[in-house]
Design a protein around this ligand. Structure first.
Ligand SMILES: Cc1cc2nc3c(=O)[nH]c(=O)nc-3n(C[C@H](O)[C@H](O)[C@H](O)COP(=O)(O)OP(=O)(O)OC[C@H]3O[C@@H](n4cnc5c(N)ncnc54)[C@H](O)[C@@H]3O)c2cc1C
Length: 380
């Protein structure tokens, strides 16, 4: 058993970290205020190979493992978890296309997807179906030319901003087996967007409903096989959960680093606050919790890379544990900054707000426990 990162993995982490510190961190608050990430950031991210992190090298991707990808997201979210998490969604979609799209569709779209000239959104949730995603109602009627879509997707990260939408739609019976995946390009007639959602965090990412009103997509935009769309959507999620957990981890590490620094500078009762043992213990607790979270997350990623039978259970456990640990740590860091932690200038309150949603999406943390309990009961 070897817990050390390889030289290559260290280089991947360092490259992502340096890119984030130079090109994302200085602007994160501005982008949050503007409610958008400049589109010209993405091709720069694409040049690093981050547009297709775990798409194979033969197919033009970076060919990284899931464990490698967690390092990228941990490092980038040290700059801004909202930007890093958005990249995770694009990568989830890119991998779905790489795995299941026809050669014709891949030849048409993948070069721009991989270079991040095409930014992708993942459209599963609907106003009436979130955790129970297989109850989705958006219909895709088969026509001579392809499909006509009608319905609404809710909470779509990048809704109205992305260049294409990977959409789970109903082509058949009720339930998961009646769901297919279609690729819908921005600008397709009948595709429109709701108003931007006003959110607690992740504010630099536009979130909106995606609406289909007799939206016609060509038959060639079907991804994979009709009726298998739910399976594809779920297959992306194990990795997506690791990525979201990594975003909590990186952001919490940044908060802890800032707190360690701040506590040496801030004085109360004639000494710096890092001299109070009660506060030192809180620092120690946060360090222990984050290191435990990191080890657990990397173990889950290793299991997914090695396709172990319990990989899904470990991804769910890691997602719950790491996102909750991350939120707890950033909240403690805010507390240790006193009133200044509550001010936007100190950068901690943004992290508290940004990380909260990690307990809700990519499957809520209740659903993570449903998955874990199901595995335990099935294997007793
Ligand atoms: C900022 C943001 C961005 C998002 N981006 C995307 C995106 O890009 N694409 C996309 O498809 N979706 C996206 N989502 C949607 C997200 O995935 C859903 O919000 C999430 O899956 C939960 O669904 P819901 O909101 O309908 O809650 P519900 O499913 O209605 O759940 C409500 C509560 O009930 C609990 N619950 C539900 N079922 C069970 C059960 N069986 N056992 C125990 N507890 C249960 C839930 O955990 C939760 O606490 C985003 C959401 C947000 C907030």
């Amino acid at each position: 058993m070897d817990f050390a990162l390889t030289e290559e993995q260290t280089a991947i982490f360092d490259m992502a970290h340096a890119f984030g510190q130079d090109n994302i961190a200085p602007f994160a608050r501005q982008w949050e205020a503007e409610g958008t990430i400049p589109k010209d950031l993405w091709p720069q991210v694409g040049e690093l190979g981050f547009g297709g992190l775990y798409v194979s090298e033969e197919a033009g991707g970076a060919g990284l493992t899931r464990l490698d990808a967690t390092l990228v997201f941990e490092a980038l979210s040290m700059a801004c978890p909202s930007v890093a998490a958005f990249l995770s969604i694009h990568n989830m979609c890119a991998k779905m296309l790489d795995n299941f799209a026809s050669d014709e569709l891949k030849a048409r779209v993948m070069p721009d997807v991989l270079s991040l000239n095409t930014v992708l959104s993942y459209c599963l949730t609907e106003p009436g179906s979130g955790s129970d995603a297989a109850a989705l109602k958006t219909r895709a009627e088969k026509t001579n030319e392809g499909y006509t879509l009608n319905g609404t997707k809710a909470f779509i990260s990048g809704g109205g901003y992305s260049d294409a939408y990977v959409c789970m739609v109903r082509t058949g019976e009720d339930g998961p087996k009646g769901i297919s995946t279609v690729y819908v390009e921005d600008g397709t007639p009948g595709l429109s967007f709701g108003a931007l959602e006003q959110k607690m965090g992740w504010k630099s990412q536009p979130t909106a409903q995606v609406q289909f009103d007799d939206c016609k997509v060509p038959a060639g935009n079907l991804v994979g096989v009709e009726g298998d769309g739910f399976k594809y959507a779920m297959m992306g999620l194990d990795g997506g959960r690791l990525n979201i957990a990594s975003c909590s981890l990186g952001a919490a590490q940044t908060a802890l680093n800032m707190t360690l620094q701040y506590m040496g500078e801030r004085k109360a009762f004639g000494k710096s606050i890092d001299q109070f043992q009660a506060l030192q213990f809180r620092l120690a607790d946060m360090e222990i919790e984050l290191q435990a979270a990191r080890t657990f997350l990397r173990q889950a990623a290793w299991k997914l890379d090695n396709k172990t039978p319990d990989a899904t259970k470990f991804c769910a456990m890691a997602k719950k544990f790491v996102t909750e640990t991350g939120s707890k740590v950033v909240d403690q860091c805010l507390q240790l900054h006193g009133g200044y932690g509550y001010l936007a200038d100190y950068g901690i309150e943004k992290l508290v707000r940004d990380l909260r949603v990690h307990q809700i999406l990519e499957g809520t943390n209740e659903i993570m426990r449903v998955i874990v309990a199901r595995h335990m009961l099935a294997n007793r």
